[in-house]
Design a binder for this molecule. Structure first.
Ligand code: F6P
Length: 510
């Protein structure tokens, strides 16, 4: 049930919010009061317009929306994905060795541990050689997780090089394969459903490429899928098929077999540390009181900025070149989960769905779109992420400059600057949160991703959304399937714009 009274109070306080800089002037302890430290992350949300009162009202909202009960139901394996009748248990993929988690009265953990052990054995074998390159073919959740994490954890990569092919655009697979030697390449076909047109088309192209030079191409393929029989039909033997259950959503799947390319790159031990980091955040999320709970606070800050203050977008600004794919990863996680116009019950949402997520690493973004962040008429709340230590020995001076830039940006956004020339005025009062941590290790990356996953969950729970289906991707797929023969000449009754585009395309075919 929608906690209308609590929402109304939050909106009232939102309208009366003060200036961020003034909140600092009024309270010498503001930074301390509006920061939390957990799982090695200093989460500073003091550079927002939240007051003690509005923060308390948001916590009341979370309580009234029964976020804790919803969280417990998810982690217990209840079928909270109601439209698809599925449990939501990505947390099981990283649960410790003692965990017992039941779906339909059956403990799923033996299977989870068994698959993880098979992945590790496979990874150890492959990492011995002669395989030098691994190509992960997948898209969406079957691409973004491993692609983002493999880049993020480059300093830990001591196995084969990993490459990612996702786009149906032939340019993608062409450009990746042309650098590789088929004889020493392993192809992973990663698709939960094993029907996704991009992935199946790319997989078929990779198999043809492999068959040109390799006598037994199937021996250099492995599959990652919930549809194991479809993988078998593709010709991949059962011992090289890594399955997972339908209670792992695509955008939550990097923790299991979909993470195999990451495991091949960094090794099973570092992959285990990645899982352990996420499990630490799960434990924190499951046990910390709401007012101390990082994912809950991050969600409340998100709702405050988007639903209450009306800021349409949110920027993810990692000061870490290796987190270059994090914004894209979070776009899927957040926008595919909460970009929905109706509630679980099918009713129109009262306060709007999830925000638009975008971003780029700093400092690069500073030389591109930060102009608008500082002086545009749109206010864009930002998440800054930054490690206190880099990995590059001998380049600590680079890192100090990176950190100084990160801290300076949140300061500039908040404080602004007066000037006699209006073009040079910075209004300030632009909110941000900063997440600071020691170093981007596998463990820390696991914690950060789990923090965002649970943030999306809490926002969805408070808005009353089912964050775990994605019917919004279907219509475009259906229309593309229907248009393909039309491009080839078939008749169709089309709107005049689409008909014109089709005619233009046909005009360029021989
Ligand atoms: O089209 C969206 C989507 O279904 C995502 O949710 C998913 O991560 C992606 O496509 C890939 O799906 P699959 O792993 O089944 O190929």
């Amino acid at each position: 049930m929608m906690p209308a009274k609590e929402w109304a109070r939050v909106f009232t306080l939102g309208r009366a919010r003060g200036k961020i800089a003034e909140l600092f002037e009024a309270d010498a302890k503001r930074a301390e009061r509006f920061s939390r430290e957990a799982c090695g992350i200093l989460y500073d949300f003091s550079k927002t317009a939240l007051s003690e009162e509005s923060f308390a009202a948001l916590l009341d909202l979370a309580e009234a929306a029964e976020v804790e009960a919803a969280r417990d139901a998810m982690m217990r394996g209840e079928k909270i994905n109601t439209t698809e009748g599925r449990a939501v248990l990505h947390t099981a993929l990283r649960a410790g060795p003692e965990a017992v988690i039941e779906v339909d009265g059956q403990d799923v953990m033996p299977e989870v541990r068994g698959t993880l052990a098979r992945m590790a054995a496979f990874a150890r074998e492959v990492r011995k050689g002669p395989i030098t390159d691994v190509v992960n073919i997948g898209i969406g959740g079957s691409d973004l997780g491993p692609a983002m994490t493999a880049l993020a954890l480059q300093p830990y990569a001591d196995g084969p090089r990993v490459h990612f092919v996702s786009n149906i655009d032939g340019a993608h697979i062409h450009d990746v394969l042309k650098k590789l030697n088929a004889a020493t390449t392993l192809v992973l076909v990663a698709s939960k459903t094993f029907t996704t047109i991009e992935t199946m088309t790319n997989a078929a192209t990779a198999r043809r490429w492999m068959a040109e030079t390799v006598a037994d191409p199937a021996a250099q393929f492995a599959a990652i899928s919930s549809a194991e029989e479809k993988a078998a039909e593709f010709g991949i033997p059962a011992e090289r098929v890594f399955g997972f259950e339908d209670w792992v959503g695509g955008r939550y799947s990097v923790w299991g077999p979909i993470g195999l390319s990451l495991m091949l790159a960094i090794g099973p031990e570092d992959f285990a540390a990645f899982l352990a980091g996420a499990a630490e955040m799960d434990l924190h999320f499951a046990s910390a009181p709401l007012a101390e709970n990082l994912p809950v606070i991050h969600a409340l800050v998100g709702l405050w900025h988007h639903q209450v203050c009306g800021y349409a977008t949110r920027a993810v600004l990692p000061y870490d070149q290796r987190l270059a794919r994090l914004p894209a990863y979070l776009q899927q996680l957040d926008m595919e989960s909460n970009g929905k116009r109706v509630s679980k019950a099918g009713e129109a949402l009262a306060f709007g769905s999830g925000a638009i997520v975008w971003g780029e690493p700093g400092t690069n973004g500073q030389h591109a779109f930060y102009q608008l962040l500082h002086q545009g008429t749109e206010i864009v709340p930002a998440d800054f992420l930054v490690a206190m230590q880099g990995h590059e020995e001998g380049l600590a001076h680079h890192h100090a400059l990176l950190v100084a830039n990160c801290f300076a940006q949140s300061q500039a956004l908040m404080l602004g600057r007066d000037h006699e020339a209006p073009q040079r005025v910075f209004e300030g009062n632009r909110p941000s949160v900063t997440m600071a941590y020691e170093k981007l290790t596998p463990r820390m990356l696991g914690r950060i991703i789990a923090l965002y996953e649970h943030r999306v969950f809490v926002e969805g729970a408070i808005l009353g959304i089912n964050s775990f289906d994605q019917f919004g991707v279907e219509l475009g797929k259906e229309l593309a399937t229907a248009l393909q023969p039309v491009l080839g000449g078939a008749e169709a009754d089309l709107d005049s714009s689409t008909a014109q585009l089709v005619a233009f395309y046909r005009g360029y075919q021989n």
